[in-house]
Design a protein around this ligand. Structure first.
Ligand code: FES
Length: 502
């Protein structure tokens, strides 16, 4: 986000008309907007905050069809045809980025690299053999290897050739310029708070502006206006990320991932001085579970320092992903509506190819065509949803448990002693005046208090001590210490409370 030069756009005021309104400006929203503008539609993009400032601004930017070990799962749970269509579609999205970057002359640090899923545990080798076989059967150039470019031995790895990494915001900057050149409108600081689905659809914003549009694309990561209850099929996880300069000779020349040890993902990116930036991801956790994220960053930094001596960690951040209970992302028409609202979500951490793919799938549907693989992603699919019923029920049980348990559990009773014992940088949820309050003490000793009841569906938030945010365990909404929305599906901030009354 620091190294991309994204333009600024004014919030929407008054009324606007468009053929298609896109809510959200991450890779899904801007890819869809660009495809639609290129097809000749008048497009308006409505971004609640800053362009691509959500999950897309925090991704590590891998463009690959090798999604850890998804192919053996797809083959087993959905059949070989679905696995092949998944591989075809993700590979097509990867190639599409190369084509679009060439067509628009976008310099987005697009580099071809092999992708690896590796293990160090000998007991996991058999599963990677199966994954290599399933990925090859699905059409990828996959093989099982025992050696990689990593500076430590592995027990085995799946290697897929001709994958890529890029700078996602530089890529989107090129799309933005072309959307505007084709007459599209972009508005930042424009939170959509209402959607009347009809023909046309009517959107209202927090400031009272309105948009009428024949088609609406909900590209908000976790979908807002979720009348179809897609949230019930989604689970969330959050990954910590660290980065810092690495001497170029230590570049492992590839993109790597393992689920072992709380997950580790590695890639590098070019630096202006000819060196490389090492980017390491890991310590996956469920948001809102009260995880000690500071300790997670410390573990990640120790891991990087031990494996890549010579790296100096200069940056850290985190990113959040949604996964669908039946493994396949949800891309297409929002079920149960009038057929003019489209949605894309549930990329399970693989939203770069997934987001580009979503742009092409949705634009094709709006244009009256259907891509050969669109069916496997259809949000209205029933068969695979039923097959994933146990996972779905578990996700709902976990959510319900949090919803109920949060209310029944004995919170701190909100005495001044509880609040007084909060140290700078800490946060806790207490009961005060009969209501749950989320209280944080900042570095200067000041208290910040907001309602701890998530404005989405009423679960209780928990504190993230490294990011200093309030996170909801039920569907992953995130809020700042003063209650402002950082990430949906919540549409309203947490209510601010008077700290004098605690
Ligand atoms: Fe759904 Fe909080 S209750 S995100």
């Amino acid at each position: 986000m620091r190294t991309a030069d994204l333009p600024s756009f004014a919030p929407l005021a008054g009324t606007a008309r468009a053929d298609a309104a896109v809510i959200g400006s991450g890779i899904v929203g801007l890819s869809a907007a660009w495809e639609l503008a290129r097809a000749g539609l008048r497009v308006v993009v409505l971004e609640a905050d800053r362009l691509a400032g959500g999950v897309t601004g925090h991704t590590t930017g891998k463009l690959t069809a090798l999604h850890t070990a998804v192919y053996d799962t797809l083959r087993t749970e959905h059949g070989e045809d679905t696995a092949r269509r998944y591989a075809d579609s993700q590979s097509a999205a990867l190639r599409h980025v190369f084509d679009v970057a060439a067509e628009l002359g976008i310099d987005c640090e697009l580099e071809e690299r092999p992708a690896y899923t590796y293990c160090r545990d000998p007991d996991a080798v058999e599963a990677l053999h199966a994954e290599a076989k399933a990925a090859r059967a699905a059409g990828l150039g996959a093989s099982f290897v025992s050696a990689t470019g990593l500076p430590f031995p592995v027990a085995g790895a799946v290697r897929v050739e001709d994958q890529a990494q890029f700078h996602p915001l530089k890529y989107l900057s090129g799309l933005l310029e072309d959307i505007v050149a084709r007459g599209g409108s972009i508005h930042e600081g424009t939170r959509v708070t209402g959607l009347d689905e009809g023909d046309p659809c009517r959107l209202t914003t927090a400031s009272g502006a309105t948009v009428t549009a024949r088609h609406v694309v909900v590209a908000t990561h976790h979908p807002v206006f979720d009348h179809a209850l897609l949230a019930a099929r989604l689970t969330q996880h959050r990954d910590l990320v660290i980065a810092g300069p690495l001497p170029a000779p230590l570049d492992p020349q590839g993109m790597y991932i393992t689920e072992e040890g709380g997950k580790r993902s590695v890639r590098t990116a070019p630096l202006d001085d000819g060196g490389r930036l090492l980017i390491v991801t890991g310590e996956a956790f469920a948001p809102g579970e009260g995880e000690d994220t500071e300790a997670g960053y410390a573990r990640l930094e120790a891991w990087a320092a031990q494996r890549f001596p010579g790296v100096t960690i200069t940056d850290r951040w985190a990113a959040q992903d949604n996964s669908v209970t039946d493994t396949l992302p949800l891309i297409g028409r929002m079920p149960g509506g009038g057929g003019h609202v489209y949605v894309a979500t549930g990329f399970a951490g693989w939203g770069m190819t997934g987001g580009v793919l979503a742009g092409t799938v949705i634009a094709s549907l709006i244009g009256g065509e259907e891509q050969p693989w669109a069916g496997i992603y259809d949000p209205a699919r029933l068969g695979s949803t039923l097959r994933s019923a146990p996972q779905l029920l578990k996700a709902q049980w976990d959510t319900g448990k949090r919803f109920v348990k949060d209310r029944l559990d004995t919170l701190g009773d909100g005495t001044n002693g509880t609040v007084r014992s909060l140290r700078p940088g800490e946060g806790t949820v207490i009961r005060s005046g009969g209501r749950p309050c989320a209280v944080h003490r900042d570095d200067r000793g000041g208290l910040h208090a907001v309602s701890a009841v998530c404005t989405h569906l009423g679960c209780l938030v928990a504190f993230n001590n490294a990011e200093r945010t309030w996170e909801c365990p039920c569907h992953g909404s995130r809020f700042g210490i003063d209650g402002e929305i950082l990430q949906g599906p919540a549409l309203d901030p947490l209510e601010r409370l008077d700290t004098e009354e605690l």
